[in-house]
Design a protein around this ligand. Structure first.
Ligand code: PGA
Length: 256
């Protein structure tokens, strides 16, 4: 794994995503608060520097079950509001698991098939939950899991209530999420974590054992994983001589 500690995670992440966008690759997108700044940086590059996503297609990581697509908090809407509507990617090529399916038990397999039929995901962007989840693969998820129906952990419901007027009762209980095995099939994994709230999960991801108890630790099995951290998220890491520090005075686009 490549670990990058930087005061501008969104610039490092945008540099990596830009290189895939320029090659017209298939992007795996994530929602949540972490990637928002990265999306803003990509939108800025689209507007000011002509960065185009016209040759790209995208697959979302996960989706709530039971929320209408047009609900403001569905991930279908969220990714459009926060990123894809502001760039030139073809909206018809921004795919997400079908949380409105009448058969959520088979919707996961259909999504995996759609990813496969598109030739797979080249770069998958990831956040990490405070409990170590990626996508909605909560602790205990099979490291070989496929896209499937999951029940949210109470901690994730508490974490996400902020998007639902602070009301836990409004947070859907079920989701469709790419499985850990699905995520591992992407060509390159790019995980961003910021803030002290992620410190424990990041330490388990990077320096802990590979274990279903920290689903994000599955990144250790991937041949090309990049973990971009700010100082607060990285503060619990011990083996610092192995990590790369992207300093503020270093040219931002060097090295990728
Ligand atoms: P956050 O969520 O980016 O809103 O912190 C990350 C996650 O739960 O995967």
């Amino acid at each position: 794994m490549e670990i990058v500690i930087t005061d501008r995670p969104e610039v490092i992440a945008a540099d990596i995503i830009e290189s895939y966008a320029r090659a017209g690759k298939t992007l795996g997108l994530a929602t949540g608060s972490t990637p928002v700044k990265t999306y803003q940086e990509l939108i800025r590059r689209h507007r000011e520097e002509g960065l185009s996503f016209a040759e790209c297609r995208a697959f979302l990581l996960d989706e709530y079950v039971g929320l209408p697509r047009e609900h403001e908090q569905s991930y279908y809407r969220t990714i459009r509001r926060e990123f894809t509507d502001a760039v030139d990617i073809d909206d018809a090529l921004v795919a997400s698991p079908d949380g409105t399916s009448t058969d959520p038990l088979t919707a996961g397999a259909s999504y995996d098939a759609a990813i496969r039929n598109a030739g797979g995901i080249d770069l998958q962007l990831l956040g990490i939950g405070s409990d170590g989840h990626i996508g909605f693969n909560e602790p205990g998820s099979s490291l070989a899991s496929r896209t499937r129906l999951k029940t949210l952990h109470p901690q994730t419901i508490r974490d996400n209530a902020r998007f639902f007027d602070g009301d836990e009762d409004q947070v859907p209980r079920h989701v469709l999420t790419q499985g850990l095995g699905t995520i591992l099939e992407a060509g390159h994994l790019l995980l961003i974590a910021t803030g002290a709230g992620k410190q424990e999960a990041v330490t388990a991801l990077v320096e802990g054992p590979v274990a279903a108890w920290c689903p994000a630790s599955v990144l250790q099995l991937h041949p090309h994983a990049t973990v971009v951290l700010d100082a607060a998220a990285a503060a619990g890491l011990k083996n610092r001589e192995y990590y790369r520090f992207a300093l503020a005075n270093k040219p931002a686009r060097q090295g990728f």
